[in-house]
Design a binder for this molecule. Structure first.
Ligand code: ADP
Ligand code: MG
Length: 352
């Protein structure tokens, strides 16, 4: 549905130098999916989303939407193409002197639709976003969540195929964010709309996106299925973003331990095991103890959910006389996530 290939964007600065806001960005967004773009402030997210509807013109690279090269369109063709791309914003951008219904009607008026048609369409849209009762109120009378729902209704007025959301929930409290995200998901399902969500909040991505691209200083540093990226973050930037919303990072007191260069004497081996929900941890642990004659001491455990799928982490200490390597192989063969943290002197519990 949306294809960016090697897209770069440079802004000319006043002192005649150029600022590279996006560098060689390639991504592909499937029709009907909910796609997330995450990055810290200044990473280039808004620039990227504005390239999709060509509010920004790429310095190089191609932007295709529905198979059409957006840069090849004439101004008239571009205006038509943009109608198929709705957009919502952090600041809602509502017209304060117009009622809720007239805000939603606005894009239809610009298109020159008849007043009966507009009336019908507006009441349909307000029903969809559950604001029929507020149609005659003004933006100032609405809560943030209601304002964003008006924004969504307005963005959907022209029946777009794509909805671009630039920090659409960033001004909302967590509860309202959840409600707006649920509405976006419902719209995505009901209308088959492709949703592109731009945010600096990892919790938003975790809640509804299927795929995600991580942007840092104008470059894609990681991309893939949300579950994959959250449970196995590869880049330091992604790790830092994920750490805020997952309980899966190794707690800091483990990182502060004195690790041994080489195993010595009666030392323990610290291992981080991660598993998907339907894998029960307990039989794995007891299996290890039985088969390999080692002691397993559970030091830390956490469980998290990504769109309903549980994901757990255990930090265990393997010690005793049995074969630790065989035990590690056993874990690997069970297809569990496995990370060897290091060897530590025993009596760990008392030092934690
Ligand atoms: N029109 C512009 N002229 C010059 N620099 C810009 C312009 N628009 C954005 N930038 C710069 O590009 C970088 C990325 O901006 P933006 O895409 O808004 O980031 P994000 O949305 O991730 O916070 C920022 O450093 C910003 O200052
Ligand atoms: Mg932005």
């Amino acid at each position: 549905m949306i294809e960016l290939q090697n897209v770069s964007k440079e802004f000319d600065l006043r002192n005649e130098s150029a600022f590279h806001a996006l560098k060689n960005v390639s991504l592909s967004i499937r029709k009907g999916s909910i796609f997330g773009i995450i990055g810290r402030s200044g990473a280039g997210k808004s620039t990227l989303v504005r390239l999709i509807n060509l509010l920004e013109i790429p310095t190089s690279g191609t932007v295709r939407v529905g198979g059409v090269d957006m840069t090849s369109l004439s101004p008239v063709e571009l205006r038509v193409a943009r109608r198929k791309i709705g957009m919502i914003f952090q600041g809602f951008n509502l017209l304060s002197s117009r009622s809720v219904a007239d805000n939603v009607a606005f894009p239809l008026e610009l298109e020159g639709r008849g007043s009966d048609e507009i009336k019908g369409r507006v009441s349909e849209l307000l029903e969809l976003v559950d604001l029929s009762g507020k149609k005659d109120e003004y933006p100032a009378q609405l809560s943030g969540g209601q304002k964003q729902r008006v924004g969504i209704a307005r963005a959907l007025a022209a029946n777009p195929d794509i909805l671009l959301c630039d920090e659409a929930t960033s001004a909302l409290d967590p509860q309202t964010t959840t409600e707006v995200l649920a509405l976006l998901k419902e719209i995505n399902r009901k209308l088959g709309l492709t949703v592109v969500l731009i945010t600096h909040e990892m919790s938003v991505i975790k809640e509804i996106c299927e795929e995600v691209v991580v942007l840092d200083r104008g470059e894609v540093v990681e991309s893939g299925a949300v579950f994959q990226v959250f449970t196995r973050p590869q880049s330091p930037v992604t790790r830092a973003l994920v750490a805020g919303v997952m309980n899966q990072e190794i707690p800091p007191h483990f990182a502060a331990l004195d690790f041994l260069q080489e195993p010595e004497g009666d030392c323990g081996l610290l291992v981080r095991v991660s598993f998907l929900g339907d894998t029960a941890a307990e039989p794995i642990i007891s299996g290890m103890v039985r088969r390999f004659g080692i002691d397993v001491n559970i030091l830390y455990g956490a469980i998290d959910h990504i769109q309903g799928v549980p994901f757990g982490t255990l930090i265990v200490e393997l010690s005793g006389n049995g074969s630790r390597n065989a035990a590690l192989d056993y874990l690997k063969n069970l297809n569990l996530g496995l990370e060897v943290i290091g060897y530590v002197r025993r009596n760990l519990e008392s030092s934690l």
